[in-house]
Design a protein around this ligand. Structure first.
Ligand code: NAG
Ligand code: NAG
Ligand code: NAG
Ligand code: NAG
Length: 306
């Protein structure tokens, strides 16, 4: 995913590789890799099959979670984090950006957007607040502040590299219900670590952006967790929910219904933003079909084997 192929190639192939590398540095270049924040992934194994820029999200000098960022889309493919039972109030957001995406030599902590004009390198490299202001989309967290105990871990989720354009009908409706339900299931029945990965499925067609091809809007959001060490006295309705479970949510009420059907009963403002719970296997089948690659979210499908 973020390994260089150059080391293995015969000499004759070197020149084209250098050219590709040069092209990549303005496209999906890596800003380091996931090495410093591998512990957020189950068995230190990042999801396989997606390509982008790995970002270890650092706040106040500590790595908090991980994001695979897409520079061409100026939005994340996924964020991955360790769940911890929340305590206290949601922080008042102070939105931040990732200086390393703008400038590879930059210091690694995320920093708040300045009140004055923005550095053009920042504007080019990632989503910025004006992209969302006056749009018909809210800022949808992939890693939600709700799934963290410590205040600083919560505050660290307010970076736009962890955010995608999400319709309010999803963000304040069925997707929020999903986040709450996952919190309850994990807080009550997960005994050890719970690893969560939340990401997006793009539209098949190209016309969905904030602004002038600034920030890509996803058609669906997905989420999956892995909790290998859980309380086996599960109530009937949670039998399928451990050790791993997944979901896909609609971000467009006009989408067709083969991935997520629409319930006619939902309240009007949430209608068409349904979330469908499903097995990890079913999620990976949909990801494969829509992304055209074998996607593996957790090591060995979170089976607990080595
Ligand atoms: C948002 O819309 C208001 C009112 O039309 C306008 O004054 C403001 O400049 C817009 N802000 C951005 C960031 O586009
Ligand atoms: C998360 O789940 C726990 C356990 O059910 C509950 O006590 C807590 O209120 C939930 N937190 C939020 C923010 O919903
Ligand atoms: C497991 O769940 C049962 C039923 O909810 C509860 O009585 C028991 O205390 C739980 N065990 C642990 C280790 O949390
Ligand atoms: C959904 O369809 C309606 C009616 O055709 C249109 O106005 C609206 O912009 C569409 N929504 C999206 C997100 O494309």
């Amino acid at each position: 995913m973020y390994k260089s192929a150059a080391a293995m190639s015969p000499l004759g192939a070197l020149l084209p590789l250098v050219l590709v590398a040069a092209w990549c540095s303005v496209g999906e270049a890596d800003v380091g890799d996931f090495a410093p924040c591998l512990q957020v992934f189950y068995k230190s194994w990042p999801p396989k099959g997606l390509t982008g820029s790995p970002v270890c999200q650092r706040y106040h000098n500590e790595y908090r979670f991980a994001t695979l960022y897409s520079r061409p889309r100026r939005s994340p493919w996924f964020s991955a984090y360790l769940y911890s039972a929340p305590a206290g109030k949601r922080p008042t957001p102070s939105w931040m950006f990732e200086p390393q995406l703008a400038n590879p030599g930059a210091e690694g902590n995320m920093i708040p957007f300045p009140s004055g004009p923005l550095d053009q390198n920042v504007v080019e490299s990632q989503a910025v607040e004006p992209d969302y202001i006056n749009s018909t989309y809210t800022r949808g967290h992939l890693n939600p502040s709700l799934h963290h105990q410590m205040h600083q871990d919560r505050a660290a989720t307010f970076t736009l590299t962890n955010v995608v354009p999400q319709k309010a009908g999803s963000n304040d409706g069925p997707w929020e219900d999903l986040e709450n339900n996952v919190n309850k299931s994990l807080a009550t029945f997960c005994l050890g670590e719970a690893h969560v990965v939340t990401g997006v499925i793009p539209y098949r067609s190209d016309g969905h952006w904030l602004g002038d091809r600034r920030v890509a809007v996803p058609e669906y959001m997905w989420s999956a967790y892995c909790c290998p060490d859980y309380n086996h006295s599960l109530p009937q309705e949670l039998r399928e929910a451990f050790p791993t479970h997944a979901a896909i949510g609609r971000n467009d009420r006009n989408s067709t219904e083969e991935i997520v059907p629409v319930s006619r009963e939902a309240k009007k403002q949430f209608r068409g933003y349904d979330v469908r719970r499903m097995s990890l296997k079913t999620l990976e089948e949909h990801l494969k079909e829509r992304l055209g690659a074998d996607i593996s979210v957790f090591h060995e499908q979170c089976s607990g084997s080595d």
